[in-house]
Design a protein. Structure first.
Ligand SMILES: [Zn+2]
Length: 427
């Protein structure tokens, strides 16, 4: 092994050059973000959010990031509107202060989980019916972080890298895992049956009759319909790429691939209109149909990265493999990002303990020692209940260690896991 490595180093770009290339690409200017929005409304329950001037460090324009989101409401629009107005603040409120960019990006997946659950809890406490899907996209430089519940998709058409989904569909009809989770938590999954016992329509969850397995709101359905998002974080290559964020009005008519192909070569504004047009052509206006196209474009003054000669790239991939075996995973991952889309994070579990407890070091460095990991209220030392207490994870994790939950959030966690009957308030 050692001799092989030495040989590579002789024939190839020296390690130092690779690293300095990476440093250059890190320092490289942020990409330009251009977007277009198009929609056709039928029920008026699709909402969207575009915010291109968010700042990680308030007042520092170098820390700017963008947020794009779609909320597809059902049984009314209250949940979609409430989520549009509150989710971003709740997510940001769950990130410890004073983090550098790298730490901030690492803290995002967990903060997204907290923000989604807090928003759901707050909306439900208002006692209004209705629910919403959420597909929430944060773009910071070349790093794209997507959190989603429901079936509004975010598709990546990477420059030279092909089409891939950055979300999963939380639909009972096609998501077997979610169907099993809902059933195990006490929900019943079946179709509507009409006179004569004929079953029609998509699989739904009872009580409530929702076709989705995750959403925000929906207080009138079982609490196993959870607001815990699937989260995926990727870093694009310096060639950039295109995101297509859209509600199911698009995806019921077009595959991810079809949507991406239908608008290639068009600027974002025209592309979003083209995708909507294409979907309506196939299916007509059966549902609210909303599409945001976001282009992440290399800055004008940067040269496109020279394509490495074939031979070299083959050998480089050998080096990466070698390095990742050498537990220099981080370095290898970073270096390979020069050419391809790099997956930084992916987690879809519906278990709150798994989502909040996966990282004990990075979180909870906020001002207060005891803060509820979901709603961020301060806790007296006696009040906090470890997210791990009484769970299957308590064998591997000390139950007195954080993150902690307030009583209210602990009750919500139990309800989401089917540990108490839906709708029964614990006093
Ligand atoms: Zn709480």
């Amino acid at each position: 092994m050692a001799s092989e490595t030495r040989r590579h180093h002789h024939n190839l770009v020296p390690l130092a050059a690779l690293i300095s290339r990476e440093v250059r690409s890190e320092k490289m200017e942020k990409p330009n973000v251009k977007y277009g929005y198009a929609a056709q409304s039928r029920k008026g329950e699709d909402y969207y959010l575009v915010k291109t001037d968010c700042q990680r460090v308030p007042g520092n324009c170098l820390s700017t990031f963008s947020v794009f989101a779609i909320f597809d409401g059902h049984n009314g629009n209250a949940a979609a509107i409430f989520t549009k107005e509150n989710l971003l603040n709740h997510v940001m409120g769950a990130i410890p202060r004073g983090l550098g960019r790298g730490e901030w990006l690492q803290a995002l997946p967990r903060a997204l989980v907290s923000g989604f659950v807090k928003t759901d809890k707050e909306f439900q406490s208002r006692g209004e019916t209705s629910g919403t899907t959420v597909t929430f996209v944060i773009i910071d430089g070349w790093t794209v972080t997507v959190a989603s519940v429901g079936d509004s998709r975010c598709v990546l058409d990477a420059q030279g890298g092909g089409v891939s989904d950055l979300t999963v569909d939380h639909r009972l009809e096609d998501n077997v895992e979610e169907r099993e989770r809902v059933t195990a938590s006490g929900g019943e999954v079946g179709r509507l049956s009409i006179v004569g016992g004929v079953e029609v329509g998509p699989l739904r969850c009872w009580p409530g009759g929702l076709c989705l397995s995750r959403s925000i709101g929906d207080m009138d359905v079982g609490e196993f319909i959870v607001p815990i998002p699937y989260v995926k974080q990727v870093k694009l290559s310096s060639a950039g790429g295109r995101l297509i964020i859209a509600s199911d009005g698009i995806w019921d008519a077009l595959s991810s691939e079809m949507a991406a192909k239908s608008c290639r070569g068009l600027p974002a504004e025209l592309a979003s209109r083209q995708v909507v047009k294409e979907a309506l052509k196939t299916r007509g206006l059966k549902d609210d149909t909303t599409c945001i196209v976001v282009d992440i474009i290399p800055p004008d003054n940067s040269l496109p990265p020279p394509p490495p000669p074939k031979k070299q790239s083959k050998l480089r991939s050998l080096i990466f493999r070698k390095w990742s075996h050498d537990s220099s995973k981080k370095l290898a991952k970073k270096l390979s990002a020069v050419d391809i889309v790099e997956e930084l994070f992916e987690e879809g579990s519906a278990m709150l303990a798994e989502r909040l407890g996966s990282d004990t070091s990075a979180g909870q460095s906020t001002s207060s020692l005891f803060t509820c990991a979901v709603c961020q209220v301060d806790l007296a030392p006696s009040e906090g209940i470890s997210v791990h207490a009484g769970s299957i994870f308590s064998t591997s994790t000390k139950p007195w260690q954080g993150p902690f939950l307030c009583m209210d959030c602990r009750n919500k966690k139990d309800a989401m896991e089917g540990k108490r009957p839906s709708g029964v308030k614990v006093v």
